[in-house]
Design a binder for this molecule. Structure first.
Ligand SMILES: NC(=O)c1ccc[n+]([C@@H]2O[C@H](COP(=O)([O-])OP(=O)(O)OC[C@H]3O[C@@H](n4cnc5c(N)ncnc54)[C@H](OP(=O)(O)O)[C@@H]3O)[C@@H](O)[C@H]2O)c1
Length: 257
């Protein structure tokens, strides 16, 4: 099988690459930092007999998303991991608008475009897997001081759930799901501008849960760890106003506001 992973140059994406190579998948690794992709590819090739190509590409520009699809479409991608994404921390009136619109482009528009383009081909073949890396933030009603980030991930969860239902109504064998982790120890906090993040699970643990949830359990929404499963479940029953206050207080502890 051939897997395309966006945001493979670090964190959860790099771990997906290692695990899928371990499962025997060939890989197309995409991100902006070519040196990091090449380093990862060399490391994987030392251990596994798979084919790997690397593509450096800024996916926050939609033209590059279409270009990426055109470049790989004849290679028959079996697995798409829409993982590239980042966060932005701060009070909504003070956070940088340009950074936020780039985030919305990458976290929502890119996931939307790539899901649609690859899903059409997979539906024709009636096989394939698409895993959108959302976040537990997307299962919670809102995130004061990371307002736009939470909203982008809610978009991914909502889109994935709805399209998944369309697939299941037509009896499709194509898998579409969303991975919704809580905190994961990666470069995410540095990029988001969070100085004291809550300690999280490892990127490897997160990616293993993602691969297991996709291949073995075929879950629509995959939430790693029991703690996050409980938290996102009980979120539905809590009154929203006090809940926003609690989340806002927790978010404030993550940085200097
Ligand atoms: N860490 C967490 O606590 C956490 C929790 C829940 C969900 N998530 C989600 O998990 C996903 C992976 O994040 P991570 O935690 O592994 O963080 P990370 O280590 O910062 O990885 C982010 C990846 O996205 C790539 N990327 C960023 N901007 C890009 C762009 N414009 N074009 C192409 N690639 C781009 C980065 O590569 P380049 O910089 O080389 O382009 C990098 O490979 C994200 O969608 C994030 O929202 C993270």
């Amino acid at each position: 099988m051939l897997a395309l992973i966006t945001g493979a140059s670090s964190g959860i994406g790099a771990e997906f690459a290692k695990i899928l190579a371990h499962c025997g998948c060939s890989l197309i690794l995409v991100a902006r930092r070519l040196d990091r992709l090449e380093e990862l590819a060399a490391d994987i090739l030392e251990r596994y007999d798979v084919d790997i190509s690397v593509i450096d590409c800024d996916l926050s520009d939609d033209k590059n998303c279409y270009r990426l699809y055109q470049t790989v479409k004849d290679e028959n991608v079996d697995i798409l991991i829409n993982n590239a994404g980042f966060g932005a921390y701060g009070e909504f009136t003070k956070t940088d608008l340009e950074k936020e619109t780039r985030m919305i482009d990458l976290n929502c528009k890119t996931v939307h475009i790539l899901t649609k383009l690859f899903l059409k081909d997979m539906v024709k073949k009636d096989s394939g897997y698409i895993l959108n890396v959302a976040s537990s933030a997307g299962l919670i009603s809102g995130g004061p001081y990371m307002a736009a980030y939470y909203a982008t991930k809610a978009y991914v969860v909502s889109l994935t759930r709805a399209v998944n239902e369309e697939l299941s109504e037509r009896g499709s064998n194509v898998y579409l799901g969303a991975l919704c982790p809580g905190p994961v120890d990666t470069e995410f906090n540095d990029v988001a501008g969070v100085s004291f993040g809550l300690s999280g699970i490892s990127a490897k643990e997160c990616a293993i849960d993602g691969v297991f949830g996709m291949f073995d359990e075929r879950k629509t929404i995959i939430v790693p760890t029991l703690k996050m499963k409980l938290l996102t479940y009980f979120n539905k029953f809590l009154p929203q106003k006090p809940l926003m206050k609690i989340i806002g207080k927790l978010q404030k502890t993550k940085g200097d506001l």
